[in-house]
Write a protein that binds this ligand. Structure first.
Ligand SMILES: Cc1cc2nc3c(=O)[nH]c(=O)nc-3n(C[C@H](O)[C@H](O)[C@H](O)COP(=O)(O)OP(=O)(O)OC[C@H]3O[C@@H](n4cnc5c(N)ncnc54)[C@H](O)[C@@H]3O)c2cc1C
Length: 442
């Protein structure tokens, strides 16, 4: 895109965030200085720039914490039901199926909000409201265990333009590096998988940016793909499709007694604004007034987060608990202000680090199983923690955690084995983990 455009964009970004003054301004470095600062970079670069942005290390945990907060705030009205799918509809009803038991329930809604992301059109079909709102694109990522590449990022997320014009990234995530991403149209999100061609594309990216750093398939500990719920579009390249969000409404009428509001597009960056927009729309339709603002409402671990006195909080916790500073800091990074309660839960009974994943303890897993709506083993490994994504778990670790969950969730020996087989299959077929690592012979 050229240095001038990037410079202009970053200047606008600084101006846009000027009033808030929470982040330092960007810095721009010419070729010579960039190569002094980052000698591993390709000498053909034009320039580099540094800017600051927010980072969401555990998006799945934020989704969960929103749910936990909503239920705690309104125990008589808010209810989250996990593993339940909208599978059909009558004129004024929706049929929900419990995916664990197969039981079906009929509900009579005033309004339906279809937040099924890339599955929005599939869900509308089930509600007898066939739509063509979504034109999803899949994006794959690799997680690599590569200390040299990790060091070369210098702790920064690095964006760059690939040969095809796509903006790609390297992102240091704990001691691993996330490499992403692709942007490929896909019709059925259930078919999305990170292909070998995508792996090649991403490995080739490393060669362009760091010609002397060698990364190959043996460094990959996890691969994954997701489908962006972008609006249906005739744009010639996927990069041109709008990343904005909108509510697409199918009003009540001949096909159904209730309106269906489909939430198209949207990103984590904008989820609060989008949620506010949807809530205002629903309140207006129900003729109700908003009784509280959520504009500055902290979520989950953001509530008691020691924003102003992080070190003081850590010192106090070290004194109070007798635990190491390193452990307290890790728990603060993992759970934010909820760390205090979780540590108290862990200390209430005998506790010990897991044998296979020593930075988690037995009681911590018990806490997650009891209070974080875990149904399957993969909920814990892939959505309540980064254990799978960072490649920190092998067959033995999976078995160790499965047996703790079994004790809390009442799984018998067969169900425990089924859960281990289910997650091992997912990791091997969808995430490129080797059967050997899962303790299976190839
Ligand atoms: C590759 C990639 C990179 C991204 N990068 C960023 C980024 O850097 N920054 C950023 O802010 N955002 C990013 N995003 C966007 C973000 O992660 C979300 O995809 C986006 O916010 C959409 O979330 P959603 O809740 O609408 O959909 P999803 O998270 O896809 O959730 C939809 C849910 O609906 C459920 N569902 C489907 N059908 C039914 C049914 N019939 N009944 C009941 N439930 C159903 C699904 O099981 C799923 O849980 C990225 C997305 C992808 C895919």
């Amino acid at each position: 895109r050229g240095a001038l455009i990037i410079k202009a964009g970053l200047t606008m970004y600084d101006l846009f965030t000027f009033g808030q003054q929470t982040l330092p301004r960007h810095r721009f470095f010419g070729k010579a200085e960039s190569l002094v600062r980052r000698p591993e970079l390709n000498p053909n670069i034009i320039a580099t720039a540094t800017y600051y942005d927010a980072w969401m290390p555990y998006p799945e945990r934020i989704a969960l914490e929103i749910i936990l907060d909503a239920e705690a705030d309104s125990p008589n009205h808010a209810r989250a039901i996990n593993y339940v799918k909208a599978v059909g509809a009558g004129y004024d009803t929706v049929i929900l199926r419990d995916q664990l038991t197969g039981d079906e329930y009929t509900v009579k809604p005033k309004i339906v909000i279809n937040a099924a992301g890339p599955w929005i059109d599939f869900a509308n079909e089930k509600l007898n409201r066939g739509s063509r709102f979504i034109g999803g694109t899949k994006g794959s990522h690799l997680v690599v265990d590569h200390p040299e590449l990790h060091a070369a990022t210098q702790g920064h997320e690095m964006f760059f333009e690939n040969a095809d014009g796509r903006i790609c990234l390297f992102f240091p995530l704990e001691d691993r590096v996330l490499i992403g991403t692709t942007d490929i149209r896909i019709d059925n999100p259930d078919e999305a998988i990170c292909t070998e061609e995508e792996v090649d594309y991403m490995l080739d990216m490393v060669k362009i940016v760091f010609p002397n750093i060698h990364v190959d398939r043996s460094h990959i500990v996890y691969r994954f793909t997701g489908v962006r719920p972008l609006p249906s579009s005739a744009a010639s390249t996927t990069g041109q499709i709008s990343r904005d969000h909108s509510i697409n409404t199918i009003e009540a009428g001949a096909r159904g007694a209730y309106p269906v509001l489909s939430l198209v597009g949207g990103k984590w960056t904008t989820f609060r604004a989008f949620s506010e927009h949807v809530t205002n729309e629903v309140l207006a339709r129900l003729n109700k007034k908003r009784i509280t603002s959520t504009l500055k409402l902290p979520i989950g671990g953001g509530k008691k987060f020691p924003k102003k006195n992080r070190q003081g909080w850590i010192n106090d916790m070290v004194l109070k608990t007798g635990l190491s500073r390193q452990y307290i800091e890790m728990m603060l990074n993992r759970y934010g202000g909820r760390a205090e309660d979780i540590i108290a839960f862990c200390q209430a009974e005998n506790d010990a680090p897991l044998e296979c994943v020593p930075d988690y303890t037995h009681r911590e897993i018990v806490f997650l199983a009891q209070y974080e709506k875990i149904v399957h083993l993969d909920d814990l490994l892939m959505r309540r923690s980064l254990l799978a994504m960072l490649g920190k778990i092998d067959g033995a670790g999976i078995a160790e955690i499965a047996h703790i969950l079994a004790g809390v969730l009442g799984w018998d020996a067969q169900q425990t084995q089924d859960e281990i087989a289910r997650v091992s299959h997912m990791l091997i077929t969808h995430h490129g983990v080797s059967p050997e690592k899962m303790g299976q012979m190839n």
